[in-house]
Design a protein around this ligand. Structure first.
Ligand code: ARG
Length: 451
């Protein structure tokens, strides 16, 4: 493609070292779409005849179909997807193909292709995250009233329901979707026409090209447009954070599946056994999900470090943007698919959940609130209940069986009623609190939101 200036062939080692076709081939539908839009603008500017444009469009569509059918031979010597397609086009249609690269560089071409690719993938990721939210919502409905302890420091804190716990993840995933949509908005800008870095003396209609490709607008600075990889960093951050959310969910489920907790049962289809210990049923999907989050974070760091020291504008380092981008997208898709299937099939062991939630210590705070309602200042109430807890621990008498009135006269005979779990939950009615009626109305709100 640049033979004019060179008198030696590229070393085959350099060819191997510098190729990106082994991974950027997947940009082909976007490369074809971008080239067709670019060619149409050339035709409209009088640079291509109607016939030349038609043969370019037809040639590109045929190449695209061949790639889809697995009949296209990618050549490492042609480095990347852009040159593979352009060179094949010229081979197939002759001189018109050689006109295609007028007023264009691979620098604005690759920026265009990558933005189009990200835009498409973001749409798919949003759909898949919605699928996982639906699985969580399905389990939330089934276990809306299943009481479990809520934890801080992994120590039992206060009672909640499994539904409320699962809905917390639905919230996180909704924020992930909104971050993805936000990222899509910012990246949906056309760099085509920025050339190598300084536009072109041949001024094609950038706006028309952008419209054909579904971009909202055109980039406003050719140097920024060529050098910018913010959208990749943003997308990889958003994907990492979604991975972090799923890793936390995994950790919860791993705990819930342990004999010590015993709250959850994953299906046989989503667990594995041990080659040695016959009794084992391991939550590998959760563990691999947790493990893959390290990889997603690594990819984010990869792009940030790759861009960090680069002077404007294009530097070949930027070719290294795609492996982490593709890997994060592929990884998250896999993680979402398998977790969706696994969550739909997950069962809770309600009697185990209930038994754990029935620990009267979970209502120690409610007992302090009871004293506050009797006029005791909260700090004093906290101390009084603390003493009762200490006595319970020392004597082995459950908190709800203690003679509270003997500890302090502030406790009335109605203090015992505090130890009703149903009552404890039913009184948590403020927005965001875990009362079963709140959870029910959240379920219907999410149902219409995710429909
Ligand atoms: N394969 C290159 C990449 O992905 C395409 C752009 C090459 N541009 C250049 N000036 N060498 O970044």
């Amino acid at each position: 493609m640049w033979k004019g200036r060179f008198s030696q062939d590229t070393s085959s080692l350099v060819e191997q070292f510098g190729e990106s076709i082994s991974y950027d081939w997947r940009l082909f539908p976007h490369d074809v779409a971008g080239s067709i839009a670019h060619a149409r603008a050339q035709k409209n500017a009088g640079l291509l005849t109607e016939e030349e444009f038609s043969s370019i469009e037809k040639g590109l569509r045929e190449i695209e179909a061949d790639i889809v059918a697995g009949k296209f031979e990618f050549r490492t010597s042609l480095e990347d997807i852009h040159m593979n397609i352009e060179s094949e086009l010229t081979k197939r249609i002759g001189p018109a193909g050689a006109k295609l690269h007028t007023a264009r560089s691979r620098n604005d071409q690759v920026a265009t292709d990558t933005r189009l690719y990200c835009r498409t993938e973001i749409g798919l990721l949003i759909e898949m995250i919605t699928g996982l939210q639906k699985a969580l919502l399905d389990r939330t409905e089934k276990y809306a009233a299943t009481l479990i302890p809520g934890y801080t420091h992994l120590q039992r804190g206060q009672p909640v329901t499994a539904g409320h716990h699962l809905l917390a993840y639905v919230e996180m995933l909704e924020r992930d979707k909104s971050r993805l949509a936000d990222c899509r908005k910012r990246l949906n800008v056309s760099p085509l026409g920025s050339g190598a870095l300084a536009g072109s003396t041949i001024n094609l209609d950038r706006q028309a090209i952008a419209e054909e490709l579904g971009f909202e607008s055109v980039t406003r600075n050719s140097m920024d447009a060529i050098a910018d990889r913010d959208y990749i960093a943003e997308l990889l951050f958003t994907i990492s954070l979604c991975g972090v959310h799923l890793s936390r969910l995994s950790e919860d489920l791993i705990l819930w599946c342990s004999s010590e907790f015993g709250f959850a049962l994953l299906s046989d289809a989503h667990t594995t056994g041990s080659s040695l210990m016959p009794q084992k049923k391991n939550p590998d999907v959760c563990e691999i999900t947790r493990g893959k989050t390290g990889r997603l974070t690594g990819n984010l760091v990869n792009i940030l470090v790759a861009v960090k020291g680069l002077p404007l504008t294009y530097n070949r380092d930027l070719q290294e943007d795609k492996p982490p981008l593709f890997d994060s997208i592929d990884t998250l898709r896999l993680v979402l698919a398998v977790n969706t299937e696994m969550i739909f099939a997950m069962e809770l062991r309600e009697e185990k959940c209930r038994a754990a939630a029935s620990d009267p210590m979970l209502l120690a705070t409610d007992l302090a609130d009871y004293l506050v309602k009797k006029g005791v200042p909260f700090r004093h109430a906290h101390e009084l209940v603390g003493k009762a807890v200490a006595e319970s621990v020392a004597t082995g008498t459950p908190l709800d069986q203690l003679d509270l009135a003997a500890i302090d006269p502030a406790y009335g005979p109605d203090a015992k009623e505090i130890f009703s779990l149903e009552r404890a939950l039913a009184s948590r009615t403020n927005p965001g609190a875990p009362s079963i009626s709140n959870v029910q109305s959240e379920i219907s709100a999410w149902k219409s939101r995710l429909a």
